[in-house]
Every structure is written in C-alpha cells, then in structure tokens.
Design a binder for this molecule. Structure first.
Ligand code: B12
Length: 220
C-alpha cells in the first residue's frame, strides 16, 4: 500500500466510524514508515472534516460523531506511540499548558495541537477538557509555563477564552505568558478583541506562531 492509499484508508475509517479499520490503517501507516503527523493532519483530519460537514448538514448525529472520534483517537494512539522519545517533549523549546476551555468537551483539535507541540520539542502539560478557568491560571503558575493554549469549539464557550485573559489580568500576571487560542469558531479578530497574543487555524501553524512569539519575547 502506498502513502495515498493508506491516507485514504485512514480517512475512510473516520467516515465509516470504524475504530477497527482505524487501527488497521494506523498500523499500515506505521509499517510503511509514514510520518505520523502527516497522517493525523492529512488522512484522519480529512475524515473528520467530512463528518463535520455531514453533521452540519443533518446527515450525521452525535452518536456518529462519538464513534468517529473513537476511531480518530484509536488511530492517533497508534501513530503517536511510534514517535521517538526525542520527538516527544524534551522541553527544549518551552513549556506549553493546553486545554479545552470551561464548558466545552470537544478535544480532538486540542489533542492534535498537543501532538504537534510535543513533536516539536515542547514540554506539554495537558489539562484535558472542560477545564475551569481557575484551574488554568493555577496550573500555569504551578508549572511556570511559557505558553497557554486554549481550545473552544462552540461560540458559547469562546467566552471562557476571554475569562482566562481577564483572570490573568486580575492577578497581575498577564505579561508572564504567551496566550494563544484556537478552535473552529475562533478567529484572529476574536483573539485580538480579547487581547490574546496568537491565533492559528491549524495545529502545524500553531507551533510556528508560538515559536515566533517566544523568540520575540526572549528578544532573539
Ligand atoms: C466531533 C464533534 C463532537 C464530538 C466531540 C468529540 C471529542 N472528543 O472532541 C461530540 C459528539 C462529543 C460532540 C458533542 C457536542 N457538540 Co459537537 N461537534 C463536533 C464536530 C462535528 C467536529 C469538531 C472536531 O473535532 N473537528 C475536527 C478538529 C480537528 O478541528 P478543530 O477542533 O477545529 O481543531 C483544529 C483547529 O481549529 C486548530 N485548533 C483547535 N484548537 C486549538 C487551540 C489553539 C490554541 C490553536 C492555536 C489552534 C487550535 O487546530 C486543530 C487541528 O488543525 C463539530 C462541527 C464543526 N463544524 O466543527 C461539532 C460542533 C462543534 N458541536 C456542536 C455542539 C452544539 C455539540 C453539543 C452541544 C451537542 C449536543 N447537543 O450534545 C455537544 C457539546 C457538549 C459540550 N459541553 O461541549 C456545535 C457547536 C455550535 C456552537 N454553539 O458553536 C458544532 C459546531 C456542530 C454544529 N454545527 O452545530 N461534538
């Protein structure tokens, strides 16, 4: 099987909501020595984009999405288990705190962003999903992170992103951190409006944005 066929199989496993097929396709990718990150941001994400459109058009429903997510996570688990130790978190580039914000349980995109940071030698602290704003601020201080990354997938929970900024300001520690937000409904304009430092609509670009902001902050 060549790269294109394997990516097509990964995509199909999401559209078919089939964790077994996802496992098989991920193992094919590992055997073929494909770049795990390309498989995640390519085949698997393409499949999730199809499911998103079907959901928006009323052709797929919440249980379908949960099965598709399970297939997605199964494949990501196999693909990332194959990343070398060096590719996983050495903390050499900086420390990142990541979470899905309060009130929001969507974590597929957040997990992809996390994987990209880990693969680029950032130490990542993942707080999970539906994380209280208080917890975000407390953990940022505890782990002394450089970057805070918050994901929101619903227009309603974008407000929790603003809450994070406001809480940091209230505590007088806003300037200590680079704060970046993302998620499907989030835009550059929204990030500017609430006073965040960075935005990206893809996981790969998120790492680049963080790198640039960190370099500027460190005066490099
Ligand atoms: C999958 C899904 C689910 C799954 C989530 C499974 C999981 N473990 O995440 C399940 C079935 C559980 C679910 C539940 C619900 N969902 Co839902 N769900 C989706 C769906 C179809 C896809 C989201 C997704 O995973 N996309 C794929 C990922 C890869 O994309 P992404 O998250 O955008 O991430 C990329 C970028 O945005 C960026 N990025 C992401 N995060 C970050 C963070 C930073 C810092 C940066 C820089 C970048 C970045 O990088 C990522 C990779 O490139 C969307 C539809 C859509 N159009 O988005 C609806 C959607 C988000 N859901 C929606 C709703 C309403 C719900 C429910 C309330 C449904 C219900 N009635 O129960 C619940 C939510 C409950 C809650 N409190 O959160 C609505 C939200 C509407 C709104 N108000 O805005 C949407 C938009 C569907 C719709 N059109 O109505 N959902």
């Amino acid at each position: 099987m060549d790269k294109q066929e394997i990516n097509e199989k990964l995509k199909q496993s999401i559209v078919d909501m089939d964790p077994d097929l996802a496992e098989e396709a991920a193992n094919d990718a590992v055997t073929a020595g494909l770049d795990p990150l390309e498989c995640i941001s390519g085949g698997l994400s393409d499949g999730m984009a199809v499911m998103s459109d079907m959901f928006d058009d009323g052709e797929a429903f919440v249980p379908d999405l949960m099965m598709a997510s399970e297939a997605f996570e199964t494949a990501v688990g196999i693909l990332t288990a194959n990343l070398s130790e060096a590719e996983r978190s050495q903390s050499s580039n900086g420390k990142v705190l990541i979470m899905t914000v309060e009130g929001d349980i969507h974590d597929i995109g957040k997990n992809i962003v996390k994987t990209m940071f880990e693969a680029n030698n950032f130490k990542v602290y993942d707080l999970g999903r539906d994380v209280a704003t208080d917890t975000v601020v407390q953990k940022a201080k505890e782990y002394d992170v450089d970057v805070i990354c918050g994901s929101a997938l619903m227009t309603t929970t974008m407000a929790s992103q603003r809450d994070i900024i406001n809480r940091l300001k209230e505590e007088g520690i806003r300037d200590r951190y680079i704060v970046m937000f993302g998620g499907a409904p989030v835009s550059e304009k929204w990030c500017e409006e609430i006073g965040a430092d960075g935005y990206s609509d893809t996981a790969a670009e998120a790492v680049e944005v963080a790198r640039k902001l960190l370099a500027a902050k460190r005066g490099e």
